[in-house]
Design a protein around this ligand. Structure first.
Ligand code: MF3
Ligand code: CO
Ligand code: CO
Length: 264
């Protein structure tokens, strides 16, 4: 538990650097995500790239997690463990990267299409991308956490999809998962009031069918209860004087369809 930590300008600079490395790592990883590559190979690339740039992959050994990233394919909601599995045409995959740099954590994830997606996969992924964009647009001093959840829920359910309840966004800083919890559903005008210097992730997981999940025997992999598709995007954000800074925003054209409010 503990309190919501307000970051000073100096602390924000540290967090910003970690987030920039996490985002750059995901950008460099994107071109590798093609038919035939194994999720172990993606894991190994991220692991090496992170170390080469002075960082550490946060997931490795985190509560016993065995790999450096999470790779969640198709019906996997989150925490998919890299393996010898090869990506195949039509798969959708979330790659989730958390980087520690000088003691600060940057957390970012995105969906990728392998080859040609089905119509429903495309609609689910693009709707989830929009959910994160709409959620980020809610962030400013005086807004409530419920405004974020409500924006996501309204958009996802408006498209006939459901919002995962069992996993939430989280405060982030020197800790990987800090206060507050950031639900991706809820009521506008409710919950914690946002203040300048708060830093947290928003990481909606949106399901094609029911929101319920189960955990596989490996004790990590969360899959949809009905076996239908799930999608997720994640950014780390900071509340600023008059709005939001997306700390894990991308620079490269490859991910320019990515989520951040206009003009940032
Ligand atoms: N990166 C995930 C998140 O967004 C957490 C992964 S924890 C792990 O919060 F142990 F599974 F890696
Ligand atoms: Co996160
Ligand atoms: Co993450």
């Amino acid at each position: 538990m503990g309190q919501v930590k307000i970051k000073s300008e100096k602390e924000l600079a540290g967090l910003r650097a970690a987030c920039r490395l996490a985002a750059a790592t995901l950008e460099q990883t994107a071109p590798l995500i093609v038919e035939g590559i194994t999720t172990n190979e993606i894991n190994q690339f991220v692991h090496r790239f992170t170390l080469q740039h002075g960082g550490k992959p946060a997931p490795l050994n985190y509560h016993g997690y065995p790999k450096s990233i999470c790779t969640s394919i198709n019906e996997v909601i989150c925490h998919g463990i890299p393996s010898k599995r090869k990506l195949k045409n039509g798969d959708i995959i979330n790659v989730d990267i958390t980087t520690i740099l000088d003691g600060w954590h940057g957390d970012v994830s995105a969906m990728f299409y392998v080859g040609t997606p089905s119509e429903i996969a495309k609609t689910l992924v693009e709707t989830t991308r929009e959910c994160l964009r709409l959620a980020i647009a809610q962030v400013k001093p005086g807004a409530r956490l419920g405004d974020i959840g409500a924006a996501i829920q309204r958009h996802a359910e408006g498209h006939g999809f459901s919002v995962v309840r069992d996993f939430v966004g989280h405060g982030i800083g020197r800790g990987f998962h800090e206060e507050p919890q950031v639900p991706h559903f809820g009521q506008a005008g409710r919950g914690l009031r946002l203040e300048k210097g708060m830093t947290f992730t928003i990481e909606p997981m949106i399901n094609q069918g029911v929101w319920h999940m189960r955990i596989l025997e490996d004790t990590w992999t969360a899959v949809t209860a009905d076996g239908l598709l799930s999608a997720q995007f994640e950014h780390t954000v900071a509340v600023t004087e008059d709005g939001v800074e997306v700390l894990t925003a991308f620079a490269s054209p490859l991910l320019h369809s990515e989520v951040f409010p206009e003009g940032r």
